[in-house]
Design a protein around this ligand. Structure first.
Ligand code: ADQ
Length: 471
Protein backbone atom coordinates (compact mmCIF):
# COMPACT_ATOMS: atom_id res chain seq x y z
CA UNK A 1 0.00 0.00 0.00
CA UNK A 2 1.37 3.41 -0.91
CA UNK A 3 1.07 5.25 2.39
CA UNK A 4 1.26 9.00 2.37
CA UNK A 5 2.86 9.04 5.77
CA UNK A 6 -0.05 10.56 7.67
CA UNK A 7 -0.99 9.31 11.11
CA UNK A 8 -4.08 7.25 11.59
CA UNK A 9 -6.67 8.90 13.82
CA UNK A 10 -9.49 6.64 14.95
CA UNK A 11 -12.66 7.99 16.53
CA UNK A 12 -15.11 5.68 18.26
CA UNK A 13 -17.42 5.89 21.23
CA UNK A 14 -15.28 3.57 23.33
CA UNK A 15 -11.50 3.52 22.98
CA UNK A 16 -9.07 0.57 23.04
CA UNK A 17 -7.81 -1.66 24.47
CA UNK A 18 -4.54 -1.46 22.55
CA UNK A 19 -2.91 -4.54 23.96
CA UNK A 20 -4.62 -7.87 23.74
CA UNK A 21 -4.77 -9.80 26.96
CA UNK A 22 -7.48 -12.00 25.65
CA UNK A 23 -10.05 -9.26 26.16
CA UNK A 24 -9.97 -7.26 22.96
CA UNK A 25 -12.49 -8.07 20.26
CA UNK A 26 -11.52 -8.35 16.59
CA UNK A 27 -12.21 -4.70 15.94
CA UNK A 28 -9.85 -3.47 18.66
CA UNK A 29 -7.18 -5.94 17.55
CA UNK A 30 -7.41 -4.79 13.92
CA UNK A 31 -7.37 -1.11 14.76
CA UNK A 32 -4.61 -1.41 17.36
CA UNK A 33 -2.51 -3.15 14.77
CA UNK A 34 -3.00 -0.39 12.20
CA UNK A 35 -2.37 2.30 14.83
CA UNK A 36 0.89 0.67 15.87
CA UNK A 37 2.12 0.43 12.31
CA UNK A 38 1.35 3.99 11.32
CA UNK A 39 1.52 5.67 14.67
CA UNK A 40 -1.60 7.48 15.62
CA UNK A 41 -4.29 8.58 17.92
CA UNK A 42 -7.49 6.96 19.16
CA UNK A 43 -10.11 9.42 20.34
CA UNK A 44 -13.37 8.82 22.18
CA UNK A 45 -15.36 8.85 25.41
CA UNK A 46 -13.47 8.11 28.63
CA UNK A 47 -16.37 6.03 29.94
CA UNK A 48 -16.67 8.57 32.78
CA UNK A 49 -19.33 11.06 33.76
CA UNK A 50 -18.27 14.47 35.02
CA UNK A 51 -19.78 17.89 35.46
CA UNK A 52 -17.66 19.42 32.72
CA UNK A 53 -18.52 16.56 30.34
CA UNK A 54 -17.26 17.14 26.79
CA UNK A 55 -15.66 20.31 28.13
CA UNK A 56 -13.50 18.27 30.52
CA UNK A 57 -9.74 18.06 30.32
CA UNK A 58 -8.41 15.62 27.75
CA UNK A 59 -7.14 12.37 29.25
CA UNK A 60 -4.08 11.02 27.51
CA UNK A 61 -2.35 7.66 27.61
CA UNK A 62 0.76 7.11 25.52
CA UNK A 63 1.61 3.66 24.16
CA UNK A 64 4.71 3.97 21.95
CA UNK A 65 3.67 5.89 18.86
CA UNK A 66 0.00 5.71 19.71
CA UNK A 67 -1.97 8.00 22.01
CA UNK A 68 -5.34 7.21 23.51
CA UNK A 69 -7.14 10.51 24.09
CA UNK A 70 -10.53 10.64 25.77
CA UNK A 71 -13.03 13.10 27.19
CA UNK A 72 -15.86 12.70 29.69
CA UNK A 73 -19.53 13.36 29.16
CA UNK A 74 -22.08 14.88 31.50
CA UNK A 75 -25.00 12.82 32.68
CA UNK A 76 -27.30 14.75 30.33
CA UNK A 77 -24.94 14.26 27.39
CA UNK A 78 -24.92 10.50 27.92
CA UNK A 79 -28.66 10.40 28.37
CA UNK A 80 -29.45 12.38 25.21
CA UNK A 81 -26.59 11.26 22.98
CA UNK A 82 -26.03 7.63 23.94
CA UNK A 83 -29.21 6.28 25.48
CA UNK A 84 -31.51 8.71 23.72
CA UNK A 85 -30.66 9.34 20.10
CA UNK A 86 -28.09 6.59 19.45
CA UNK A 87 -29.93 3.76 21.17
CA UNK A 88 -33.61 4.75 21.28
CA UNK A 89 -33.76 6.28 17.81
CA UNK A 90 -30.93 5.14 15.55
CA UNK A 91 -30.21 1.59 16.75
CA UNK A 92 -33.79 0.29 16.38
CA UNK A 93 -34.44 2.25 13.18
CA UNK A 94 -31.29 1.08 11.41
CA UNK A 95 -32.13 -2.48 12.52
CA UNK A 96 -35.49 -2.13 10.72
CA UNK A 97 -37.45 -1.71 13.99
CA UNK A 98 -39.37 1.43 13.23
CA UNK A 99 -42.07 0.04 15.53
CA UNK A 100 -39.92 0.54 18.65
CA UNK A 101 -37.84 3.53 17.55
CA UNK A 102 -38.69 6.77 19.30
CA UNK A 103 -37.75 10.25 18.20
CA UNK A 104 -37.55 13.45 20.17
CA UNK A 105 -36.17 16.87 19.52
CA UNK A 106 -34.12 17.13 22.70
CA UNK A 107 -32.04 14.00 22.14
CA UNK A 108 -31.54 14.89 18.47
CA UNK A 109 -30.09 18.20 19.64
CA UNK A 110 -27.85 16.60 22.29
CA UNK A 111 -26.60 14.05 19.76
CA UNK A 112 -25.57 16.81 17.35
CA UNK A 113 -24.05 18.86 20.18
CA UNK A 114 -21.96 15.93 21.35
CA UNK A 115 -20.79 15.26 17.78
CA UNK A 116 -19.83 18.94 17.45
CA UNK A 117 -18.08 18.99 20.84
CA UNK A 118 -16.07 15.86 19.99
CA UNK A 119 -15.04 17.44 16.66
CA UNK A 120 -14.05 20.72 18.33
CA UNK A 121 -11.93 18.90 20.89
CA UNK A 122 -10.31 16.67 18.28
CA UNK A 123 -9.64 19.29 15.56
CA UNK A 124 -6.71 21.02 17.34
CA UNK A 125 -4.95 17.64 17.66
CA UNK A 126 -5.02 16.96 13.91
CA UNK A 127 -2.51 17.70 11.16
CA UNK A 128 -3.61 18.09 7.55
CA UNK A 129 -2.10 14.79 6.36
CA UNK A 130 -3.75 12.66 9.08
CA UNK A 131 -6.16 9.96 7.98
CA UNK A 132 -9.23 10.29 10.19
CA UNK A 133 -11.42 7.21 10.50
CA UNK A 134 -14.71 7.63 12.37
CA UNK A 135 -16.68 4.61 13.57
CA UNK A 136 -20.32 3.80 13.88
CA UNK A 137 -23.77 5.22 14.48
CA UNK A 138 -22.74 7.41 17.40
CA UNK A 139 -20.93 9.81 15.08
CA UNK A 140 -22.83 10.42 11.86
CA UNK A 141 -22.28 14.19 12.18
CA UNK A 142 -18.70 14.16 13.40
CA UNK A 143 -17.10 14.38 9.94
CA UNK A 144 -19.12 17.40 8.88
CA UNK A 145 -18.35 19.06 12.21
CA UNK A 146 -14.63 18.41 11.68
CA UNK A 147 -14.92 20.09 8.27
CA UNK A 148 -16.64 23.00 9.91
CA UNK A 149 -13.84 23.16 12.48
CA UNK A 150 -11.39 23.52 9.57
CA UNK A 151 -10.04 19.98 9.00
CA UNK A 152 -9.38 19.52 5.31
CA UNK A 153 -7.65 16.10 5.25
CA UNK A 154 -8.95 12.62 4.53
CA UNK A 155 -12.08 11.60 6.40
CA UNK A 156 -13.41 8.06 6.44
CA UNK A 157 -16.46 6.56 8.12
CA UNK A 158 -17.48 2.99 8.80
CA UNK A 159 -20.97 1.94 9.87
CA UNK A 160 -20.87 -1.29 11.90
CA UNK A 161 -24.62 -1.79 11.89
CA UNK A 162 -27.10 -2.11 9.02
CA UNK A 163 -28.31 0.82 6.95
CA UNK A 164 -32.07 0.47 6.51
CA UNK A 165 -33.94 1.20 3.25
CA UNK A 166 -34.92 4.80 2.51
CA UNK A 167 -38.63 3.99 3.00
CA UNK A 168 -37.78 3.44 6.64
CA UNK A 169 -34.99 5.94 7.18
CA UNK A 170 -37.15 8.81 5.96
CA UNK A 171 -39.26 8.31 9.10
CA UNK A 172 -36.37 9.77 11.09
CA UNK A 173 -37.25 13.44 11.46
CA UNK A 174 -33.69 14.53 10.66
CA UNK A 175 -32.91 11.90 8.02
CA UNK A 176 -31.90 14.49 5.40
CA UNK A 177 -29.50 16.27 7.77
CA UNK A 178 -27.99 12.97 8.85
CA UNK A 179 -27.34 11.62 5.34
CA UNK A 180 -26.11 15.01 4.12
CA UNK A 181 -23.64 15.02 6.99
CA UNK A 182 -22.46 11.55 5.93
CA UNK A 183 -21.66 12.95 2.50
CA UNK A 184 -18.96 15.13 4.07
CA UNK A 185 -16.83 12.00 4.54
CA UNK A 186 -14.56 11.04 1.63
CA UNK A 187 -15.10 7.32 2.07
CA UNK A 188 -18.19 5.70 3.62
CA UNK A 189 -17.91 2.02 4.43
CA UNK A 190 -20.75 -0.45 5.03
CA UNK A 191 -20.76 -4.08 6.11
CA UNK A 192 -22.58 -5.40 3.04
CA UNK A 193 -23.51 -4.39 -0.45
CA UNK A 194 -27.17 -4.38 0.61
CA UNK A 195 -26.43 -1.63 3.17
CA UNK A 196 -24.51 0.36 0.57
CA UNK A 197 -27.40 0.04 -1.88
CA UNK A 198 -29.85 1.34 0.73
CA UNK A 199 -27.63 4.34 1.37
CA UNK A 200 -27.19 5.12 -2.32
CA UNK A 201 -30.95 4.67 -2.89
CA UNK A 202 -31.59 7.30 -0.20
CA UNK A 203 -29.16 9.72 -1.86
CA UNK A 204 -30.71 9.12 -5.28
CA UNK A 205 -34.35 9.35 -4.15
CA UNK A 206 -34.09 12.16 -1.65
CA UNK A 207 -31.26 14.30 -3.05
CA UNK A 208 -31.24 13.50 -6.76
CA UNK A 209 -27.73 12.08 -6.46
CA UNK A 210 -26.29 9.64 -8.98
CA UNK A 211 -24.88 6.15 -8.44
CA UNK A 212 -21.56 5.82 -10.29
CA UNK A 213 -20.22 2.30 -11.01
CA UNK A 214 -21.71 0.89 -7.82
CA UNK A 215 -19.07 2.41 -5.55
CA UNK A 216 -19.40 6.17 -5.71
CA UNK A 217 -22.13 8.75 -5.32
CA UNK A 218 -22.22 11.99 -7.27
CA UNK A 219 -24.27 14.57 -5.37
CA UNK A 220 -26.54 17.01 -7.14
CA UNK A 221 -23.86 19.70 -6.75
CA UNK A 222 -21.25 17.50 -8.42
CA UNK A 223 -19.25 16.21 -5.44
CA UNK A 224 -18.09 12.61 -5.55
CA UNK A 225 -18.07 10.46 -2.43
CA UNK A 226 -16.87 6.88 -2.27
CA UNK A 227 -19.42 4.44 -0.76
CA UNK A 228 -18.51 0.75 -0.64
CA UNK A 229 -18.91 -2.45 1.33
CA UNK A 230 -15.96 -3.45 3.52
CA UNK A 231 -17.11 -6.59 5.38
CA UNK A 232 -15.40 -6.76 8.76
CA UNK A 233 -13.43 -9.84 9.82
CA UNK A 234 -11.94 -11.24 13.01
CA UNK A 235 -8.38 -11.98 14.12
CA UNK A 236 -8.87 -15.57 12.95
CA UNK A 237 -5.37 -16.91 13.76
CA UNK A 238 -5.49 -15.31 17.19
CA UNK A 239 -8.93 -16.72 17.91
CA UNK A 240 -7.98 -20.22 16.73
CA UNK A 241 -4.99 -20.03 19.10
CA UNK A 242 -7.28 -18.97 21.94
CA UNK A 243 -9.28 -22.14 21.29
CA UNK A 244 -6.13 -24.19 22.02
CA UNK A 245 -5.27 -22.36 25.26
CA UNK A 246 -5.50 -23.96 28.71
CA UNK A 247 -8.36 -21.67 29.66
CA UNK A 248 -10.29 -22.70 26.53
CA UNK A 249 -9.66 -26.37 27.22
CA UNK A 250 -10.93 -26.01 30.77
CA UNK A 251 -14.13 -24.37 29.54
CA UNK A 252 -14.54 -26.88 26.75
CA UNK A 253 -14.23 -29.69 29.29
CA UNK A 254 -16.70 -27.99 31.64
CA UNK A 255 -19.33 -27.62 28.93
CA UNK A 256 -18.85 -31.22 27.83
CA UNK A 257 -19.11 -32.26 31.45
CA UNK A 258 -22.42 -30.53 32.10
CA UNK A 259 -23.85 -31.88 28.86
CA UNK A 260 -23.23 -35.54 29.89
CA UNK A 261 -22.53 -36.60 26.33
CA UNK A 262 -25.57 -34.81 24.95
CA UNK A 263 -25.21 -32.60 21.90
CA UNK A 264 -24.58 -29.04 22.97
CA UNK A 265 -26.20 -26.15 21.13
CA UNK A 266 -24.99 -22.60 21.91
CA UNK A 267 -26.04 -19.05 21.29
CA UNK A 268 -23.69 -16.17 22.17
CA UNK A 269 -24.97 -12.62 21.88
CA UNK A 270 -25.14 -9.33 23.72
CA UNK A 271 -28.64 -9.36 25.14
CA UNK A 272 -30.23 -7.32 22.38
CA UNK A 273 -33.62 -7.57 20.68
CA UNK A 274 -31.94 -7.46 17.26
CA UNK A 275 -30.25 -10.81 17.91
CA UNK A 276 -33.39 -12.94 17.60
CA UNK A 277 -32.86 -14.83 20.88
CA UNK A 278 -36.58 -15.13 21.64
CA UNK A 279 -37.23 -16.60 18.18
CA UNK A 280 -34.26 -18.97 18.64
CA UNK A 281 -35.68 -20.29 21.94
CA UNK A 282 -39.01 -20.90 20.21
CA UNK A 283 -37.22 -22.79 17.45
CA UNK A 284 -35.56 -25.01 20.04
CA UNK A 285 -38.89 -25.59 21.76
CA UNK A 286 -40.42 -26.53 18.42
CA UNK A 287 -37.66 -29.10 17.85
CA UNK A 288 -38.42 -30.73 21.20
CA UNK A 289 -42.10 -30.72 20.41
CA UNK A 290 -41.80 -32.12 16.86
CA UNK A 291 -38.98 -34.60 17.51
CA UNK A 292 -39.43 -36.45 20.80
CA UNK A 293 -36.29 -38.47 20.03
CA UNK A 294 -34.20 -35.38 20.76
CA UNK A 295 -35.65 -34.92 24.24
CA UNK A 296 -32.96 -35.67 26.77
CA UNK A 297 -30.37 -35.78 23.95
CA UNK A 298 -29.67 -32.09 23.37
CA UNK A 299 -28.94 -29.14 25.58
CA UNK A 300 -29.10 -25.44 24.80
CA UNK A 301 -26.76 -22.92 26.41
CA UNK A 302 -27.46 -19.25 25.73
CA UNK A 303 -24.70 -16.84 26.78
CA UNK A 304 -26.18 -13.34 26.75
CA UNK A 305 -24.24 -10.68 28.65
CA UNK A 306 -26.43 -7.78 29.70
CA UNK A 307 -26.21 -4.76 27.50
CA UNK A 308 -27.82 -1.27 27.71
CA UNK A 309 -30.00 -2.61 30.52
CA UNK A 310 -30.89 0.98 31.50
CA UNK A 311 -33.23 0.98 28.50
CA UNK A 312 -36.70 -0.46 28.92
CA UNK A 313 -36.63 -2.52 25.71
CA UNK A 314 -33.51 -4.31 26.98
CA UNK A 315 -34.80 -4.88 30.51
CA UNK A 316 -38.06 -6.26 29.06
CA UNK A 317 -36.12 -8.63 26.82
CA UNK A 318 -34.31 -10.12 29.81
CA UNK A 319 -37.61 -10.77 31.58
CA UNK A 320 -39.09 -12.31 28.45
CA UNK A 321 -36.10 -14.60 27.84
CA UNK A 322 -35.93 -15.81 31.40
CA UNK A 323 -39.66 -16.49 31.36
CA UNK A 324 -39.44 -18.36 28.08
CA UNK A 325 -36.47 -20.49 29.22
CA UNK A 326 -38.44 -21.26 32.41
CA UNK A 327 -41.47 -22.34 30.39
CA UNK A 328 -39.44 -24.60 28.11
CA UNK A 329 -37.68 -26.18 31.06
CA UNK A 330 -41.00 -26.53 32.89
CA UNK A 331 -42.48 -28.25 29.89
CA UNK A 332 -39.71 -30.68 29.02
CA UNK A 333 -37.18 -31.02 31.86
CA UNK A 334 -36.66 -34.37 33.59
CA UNK A 335 -34.85 -35.14 36.82
CA UNK A 336 -31.54 -35.45 35.01
CA UNK A 337 -32.01 -33.04 32.12
CA UNK A 338 -32.47 -29.27 31.91
CA UNK A 339 -33.07 -28.43 28.25
CA UNK A 340 -32.11 -24.78 28.27
CA UNK A 341 -29.76 -22.65 30.32
CA UNK A 342 -29.22 -18.92 30.07
CA UNK A 343 -26.19 -17.06 31.47
CA UNK A 344 -25.82 -13.30 31.57
CA UNK A 345 -22.16 -13.02 32.46
CA UNK A 346 -19.26 -12.13 30.19
CA UNK A 347 -16.39 -14.52 29.47
CA UNK A 348 -12.81 -13.90 28.45
CA UNK A 349 -12.19 -14.51 24.76
CA UNK A 350 -10.25 -17.68 25.57
CA UNK A 351 -13.09 -19.08 27.68
CA UNK A 352 -15.54 -18.22 24.92
CA UNK A 353 -13.38 -20.01 22.35
CA UNK A 354 -13.55 -23.13 24.54
CA UNK A 355 -17.34 -22.89 24.80
CA UNK A 356 -17.64 -22.59 21.01
CA UNK A 357 -15.43 -25.61 20.56
CA UNK A 358 -17.55 -27.74 22.83
CA UNK A 359 -20.72 -26.91 20.89
CA UNK A 360 -21.93 -29.20 18.13
CA UNK A 361 -24.24 -26.44 16.90
CA UNK A 362 -24.08 -22.63 17.14
CA UNK A 363 -27.22 -20.63 16.46
CA UNK A 364 -26.61 -17.14 15.10
CA UNK A 365 -30.12 -16.02 14.28
CA UNK A 366 -30.36 -12.22 14.39
CA UNK A 367 -33.45 -10.55 12.97
CA UNK A 368 -31.00 -8.04 11.53
CA UNK A 369 -27.25 -7.66 12.08
CA UNK A 370 -24.54 -5.57 10.45
CA UNK A 371 -22.12 -8.50 10.24
CA UNK A 372 -22.11 -10.72 13.40
CA UNK A 373 -18.67 -11.71 14.55
CA UNK A 374 -19.89 -14.63 16.66
CA UNK A 375 -20.53 -16.59 13.44
CA UNK A 376 -16.90 -16.08 12.39
CA UNK A 377 -15.49 -16.78 15.85
CA UNK A 378 -17.43 -20.03 16.08
CA UNK A 379 -15.97 -21.23 12.78
CA UNK A 380 -12.41 -20.15 13.74
CA UNK A 381 -12.63 -21.99 17.08
CA UNK A 382 -13.69 -25.39 15.66
CA UNK A 383 -11.51 -28.46 15.39
CA UNK A 384 -11.30 -28.90 11.57
CA UNK A 385 -11.26 -32.68 12.04
CA UNK A 386 -14.60 -32.70 13.88
CA UNK A 387 -16.26 -29.32 13.41
CA UNK A 388 -19.66 -28.19 14.62
CA UNK A 389 -22.44 -26.75 12.48
CA UNK A 390 -23.31 -23.08 12.15
CA UNK A 391 -26.97 -22.07 11.79
CA UNK A 392 -27.02 -18.55 10.39
CA UNK A 393 -29.78 -16.03 9.82
CA UNK A 394 -30.35 -14.80 6.31
CA UNK A 395 -30.51 -11.31 7.85
CA UNK A 396 -26.95 -11.29 9.24
CA UNK A 397 -24.33 -9.48 7.15
CA UNK A 398 -22.10 -12.56 7.62
CA UNK A 399 -24.43 -14.56 5.41
CA UNK A 400 -22.78 -13.15 2.25
CA UNK A 401 -19.44 -14.75 3.17
CA UNK A 402 -20.81 -17.89 4.82
CA UNK A 403 -23.34 -19.50 2.47
CA UNK A 404 -22.22 -22.98 3.61
CA UNK A 405 -23.86 -22.39 7.00
CA UNK A 406 -27.42 -23.65 7.38
CA UNK A 407 -29.17 -20.45 6.36
CA UNK A 408 -32.48 -19.80 8.13
CA UNK A 409 -35.28 -17.31 8.31
CA UNK A 410 -35.26 -16.52 12.05
CA UNK A 411 -38.92 -15.46 11.97
CA UNK A 412 -39.91 -19.00 11.01
CA UNK A 413 -40.04 -21.31 14.01
CA UNK A 414 -40.40 -24.29 11.66
CA UNK A 415 -37.34 -23.27 9.70
CA UNK A 416 -35.30 -23.00 12.92
CA UNK A 417 -36.48 -26.39 14.18
CA UNK A 418 -35.74 -28.04 10.82
CA UNK A 419 -32.25 -26.52 10.69
CA UNK A 420 -31.55 -27.74 14.24
CA UNK A 421 -32.57 -31.27 13.31
CA UNK A 422 -30.44 -31.18 10.19
CA UNK A 423 -27.45 -29.78 12.11
CA UNK A 424 -27.70 -32.39 14.86
CA UNK A 425 -27.90 -35.23 12.34
CA UNK A 426 -25.31 -33.94 9.89
CA UNK A 427 -22.68 -36.55 9.00
CA UNK A 428 -19.01 -35.78 9.66
CA UNK A 429 -18.08 -35.50 5.96
CA UNK A 430 -20.66 -32.82 5.33
CA UNK A 431 -19.73 -30.95 8.51
CA UNK A 432 -16.10 -30.92 7.42
CA UNK A 433 -16.88 -29.81 3.90
CA UNK A 434 -19.05 -26.91 4.99
CA UNK A 435 -16.63 -25.89 7.72
CA UNK A 436 -13.60 -25.93 5.44
CA UNK A 437 -15.22 -23.56 2.96
CA UNK A 438 -16.25 -21.10 5.68
CA UNK A 439 -12.94 -21.37 7.50
CA UNK A 440 -11.04 -20.41 4.33
CA UNK A 441 -13.05 -17.20 4.10
CA UNK A 442 -12.85 -16.37 7.82
CA UNK A 443 -9.06 -16.76 7.66
CA UNK A 444 -8.88 -14.94 4.30
CA UNK A 445 -10.75 -11.79 5.29
CA UNK A 446 -9.48 -10.91 8.75
CA UNK A 447 -9.76 -7.78 10.89
CA UNK A 448 -6.30 -6.91 9.65
CA UNK A 449 -7.30 -7.16 5.95
CA UNK A 450 -10.45 -5.17 6.64
CA UNK A 451 -8.44 -2.32 8.18
CA UNK A 452 -5.84 -2.31 5.45
CA UNK A 453 -8.41 -2.41 2.65
CA UNK A 454 -10.35 0.48 4.11
CA UNK A 455 -7.25 2.56 4.78
CA UNK A 456 -5.84 1.90 1.31
CA UNK A 457 -9.04 3.30 -0.20
CA UNK A 458 -9.05 6.25 2.20
CA UNK A 459 -5.41 6.96 1.43
CA UNK A 460 -5.65 6.65 -2.37
CA UNK A 461 -6.00 9.74 -4.53
CA UNK A 462 -9.64 10.44 -5.36
CA UNK A 463 -11.64 12.87 -7.41
CA UNK A 464 -11.70 15.15 -4.39
CA UNK A 465 -8.01 15.90 -4.92
CA UNK A 466 -9.03 17.46 -8.22
CA UNK A 467 -12.16 19.15 -6.92
CA UNK A 468 -12.40 22.67 -5.58
CA UNK A 469 -12.40 22.68 -1.75
CA UNK A 470 -15.26 25.11 -1.42
CA UNK A 471 -17.52 22.45 0.14
P1 ADQ B 1 -22.35 -6.48 18.17
O1 ADQ B 1 -23.80 -6.15 17.98
O2 ADQ B 1 -21.83 -6.35 19.53
O3 ADQ B 1 -21.41 -5.67 17.16
P2 ADQ B 1 -21.13 -9.06 17.20
O4 ADQ B 1 -20.54 -8.79 15.86
O5 ADQ B 1 -21.72 -10.42 17.29
O6 ADQ B 1 -22.26 -8.03 17.64
O7 ADQ B 1 -19.99 -8.95 18.26
C1 ADQ B 1 -20.20 -9.30 19.59
C2 ADQ B 1 -18.86 -9.57 20.24
O8 ADQ B 1 -19.08 -9.70 21.65
C3 ADQ B 1 -18.22 -10.86 19.74
O9 ADQ B 1 -16.86 -10.63 19.52
C4 ADQ B 1 -18.46 -11.82 20.90
O10 ADQ B 1 -17.45 -12.78 21.07
C5 ADQ B 1 -18.49 -10.90 22.09
N1 ADQ B 1 -19.29 -11.52 23.16
C6 ADQ B 1 -20.59 -11.86 23.12
N2 ADQ B 1 -20.96 -12.43 24.28
C7 ADQ B 1 -19.88 -12.45 25.06
C8 ADQ B 1 -19.62 -12.90 26.40
N3 ADQ B 1 -20.55 -13.46 27.15
N4 ADQ B 1 -18.38 -12.74 26.87
C9 ADQ B 1 -17.42 -12.16 26.11
N5 ADQ B 1 -17.61 -11.73 24.87
C10 ADQ B 1 -18.82 -11.86 24.35
C11 ADQ B 1 -21.62 -4.65 16.17
C12 ADQ B 1 -22.63 -4.99 15.07
C13 ADQ B 1 -22.25 -6.32 14.40
C14 ADQ B 1 -20.83 -6.23 13.85
C15 ADQ B 1 -19.87 -5.71 14.92
C16 ADQ B 1 -18.48 -5.43 14.34
O11 ADQ B 1 -23.94 -5.07 15.62
O12 ADQ B 1 -23.16 -6.63 13.35
O13 ADQ B 1 -20.40 -7.51 13.43
O14 ADQ B 1 -20.34 -4.52 15.51
O15 ADQ B 1 -18.54 -4.58 13.25
Amino acid sequence: MAERGGRLVVVSNRVGPLSDEGKAGGLAVGLADALRRRGGLWFGWSGEVSEAGTGSQLKREEHGDTSLVTIDMTKDEIEGFYFGYANRSLWPLLHYRLDIASFDRASDRTYRDVNRRFAERLAPLLSPDDLVWVHDYHFFYLGSELRRAGFDGRLGYFLHIPFCPPEMLTALPASHDLVRAMLDYDVIGFQTDGDRRNFVAFCVQEFGAEDIDGDRVRTADGRIVRASAFPIGIDAEGFAEFAQSDEAREHEAMVRDISHGRHQIVGVDRMDYSKGIVERFRGFEQLLEDEPAFRGQVQFLQVAPLSRSELEAYADLRTELEGLAGNINGRFATLDWTPIQIMVNGFTRRALAGIYRAARVCMVTPLRDGMNLVAKEYVAAQDPADPGVLILSRFAGARAEMPEALIVNPYSTDDLARALKKALEMPLDERRERHEAMRARVFGNTAHNWCETFLAVLDAPTERDLQPRSW
